[in-house]
Design a protein. Structure first.
Length: 344
């Protein structure tokens, strides 16, 4: 079954405990594991091998988390597991270890497959996704901001704000600005003014975050441009062209430069192509770029892709060729940060 047809929140799981550990059904599941027909997701929880093979790392973590949380009345999926369940972006591949919160605990317990953190959680901080109790979108963003590296934190908070502030897609105006200000203020208030572990970094990530980054790639691009010392660009800037209105990913007004992140989905996703072929999408992009360069307020268009974010020296070279100065010391620091970020 193709991956796109599988929702890990609804993939059927088989629980041996339903029948009893020594029942005929439970023994049959164990024989199926030995025969390579079934995968043991967790002790006593199984899924078909063909289904498991069709899932990516995030979806497999969702299944592991479901197997863990559905077996406990007290655990709530959190942190990396909540990121996977909410389908939020992240730099690192989803880990094998499931993360949960348990209000009964006073300290953290970690094993190779499970990390249990102490609670408590307020009622509004817990939601239910397909029978799985998980931290809310806002609480998940806070947890990630407090514990994850800056890039992962920004990607997560960007996505959370996008869903909370722009649930119906791109919009702008005073009402949206006021809603964003309230959401950001609430997140910062939850972090507090203290100096506990991760709080300063969390405040920095929340202050930097923006709902107008339309996907994880654009969020990561914002981080790398920031590390290279590029002035904070305007996001989703609209221009009136002869062919209509064009919305660009980033605008650096100080250099009259438009930055476009060319994510793979723009060409691979039929919905994003709007019925056009890949060749037609590329043609329209070229026409749009030509019209942008005819404007007095656009001097250059810089296009980059994911591999340029993984290797910031490549992105720095693109910027330099476009006449945008980049401090070599910032390039060295950004390259070092990228090596750590993508080490896994």
């Amino acid at each position: 079954m193709p991956l796109l047809d599988l929702d890990p929140l609804t993939v059927p799981l088989s629980f041996a405990a339903t029948h009893g550990a020594q029942s005929h059904e439970a023994r049959g599941l164990r024989r199926a594991v030995a025969a390579g027909q079934v995968v043991r997701v967790r002790r006593g929880v199984f899924v078909e091998q063909s289904t498991w093979d069709a899932l990516d790392a995030r979806a497999r973590l969702v299944l592991r988390t479901r197997a863990v949380v559905l077996g406990s009345a007290c655990w709530v999926a959190s942190h990396g597991s909540a990121v996977a369940l909410h389908d939020l972006p992240r730099v690192e591949q989803a880990a094998d270890r499931v993360s949960v919160v348990d209000a009964r605990r006073a300290s953290t317990r970690t094993s190779a497959t499970l990390r249990i953190r102490p609670g408590p959680l307020r009622d509004e901080e817990v939601v239910v996704l397909s029978d799985v109790r998980v931290t809310s979108l806002e609480r998940t963003a806070l947890d990630v901001a407090l514990t994850a590296p800056f890039a992962d934190a920004v990607m997560c908070v960007d996505a959370a704000l996008r869903r909370l502030v722009l649930p119906r897609g791109h919009r702008s105006g005073l009402e949206i600005d006021e809603l964003l200000a309230r959401r950001r203020a609430h997140l910062l208030a939850e972090i507090g003014d203290g100096t506990g572990p991760g709080r300063a970094a969390a405040r920095r990530a929340i202050a930097f975050a923006s709902p107008w980054a339309e996907n994880g790639g654009e969020s990561l691009a914002r981080v790398v441009l920031h590390e290279l010392g590029v002035p904070t660009p305007d996001l989703q800037r609209e221009f009136t062209l002869a062919s209509g209105t064009a919305r660009c990913d980033f605008l650096d007004p100080s250099h009259l430069a438009v930055f476009e992140f060319d994510g793979f989905g723009k060409y691979a996703d039929e919905a994003l192509r709007g019925g056009r072929s890949v060749a037609e999408v590329m043609r329209d992009e070229k026409r749009r770029e030509t019209e942008l360069l005819e404007r007095d307020d656009v001097r250059v268009v810089v296009r980059f892709e994911y591999r340029d974010l993984v290797a910031p020296r490549r992105l720095a070279a693109l910027l330099t060729r476009a006449g945008i100065p980049v401090d070599p010391r910032r390039v060295t620091a950004a390259a070092r940060a990228a090596r750590l970020r993508f080490a896994s």
